[in-house]
Design a binder for this molecule. Structure first.
Ligand code: GDP
Ligand code: MG
Length: 137
């Protein structure tokens, strides 16, 4: 089933020069297409909506700070089973637990600075696309 997902390459990916590497991995998956791509610095209001489910958790405030510590690259990726597929490419939240071969497993060590966000369901993807690319709803 063709679907779309919202991807954010986090400020650590930008700082470490890994934007091209990560986009390349997504781009090389057969049949997937990047249909929106923008470098931008996020404000607190956008992040509150994006990470609203985590409000009140101990990692929430540091996450807000980290996500505003530099630019992110926001993308929409479309294709076959792309929601599940990009989550698999990224690997689990904790980069040490993430398998080598995944983006987080290959490049991350710190749970917060885990390089990439990807929508966790088609419903989340639609909400997140509307937040980051309101023209693309
Ligand atoms: P994701 O969907 O895999 O990105 O993970 P979550 O939605 O659970 O968490 C959102 C983001 O918050 C993660 O990608 C991490 O950057 C950060 N995060 C989640 N859990 C923790 C945690 O236990 N400790 C810290 N420091 N950061 C966390
Ligand atoms: Mg999540």
């Amino acid at each position: 089933m063709t679907e779309r997902t919202l991807v954010l390459l986090k400020p650590d990916a930008h700082r470490r020069g890994l934007i091209g590497e990560i986009i390349g991995r997504i781009e090389r998956k057969a049949g997937w297409e990047i249909t929106a791509l923008e470098l931008r610095t996020l404000d607190a209001g956008t992040l509150e909506q994006h990470y609203g489910e985590h409000q009140g958790k101990p990692f929430y405030e540091p996450l807000m700070g980290f996500m505003q510590s530099g630019p992110v690259v926001a993308l929409i990726v479309e294709g076959e089973r792309v929601v599940e597929g990009v989550r698999r490419l990224a690997g689990p939240t904790d980069p040490i637990a993430a398998a080598p071969g995944s983006i987080r497993g290959d490049f991350g060590t710190i749970v917060r600075e885990n390089l990439i966000h990807a929508s966790d369901s088609p419903e989340s993807a639609e909400r997140e696309v509307a937040l980051f690319f309101p023209g693309r709803v």
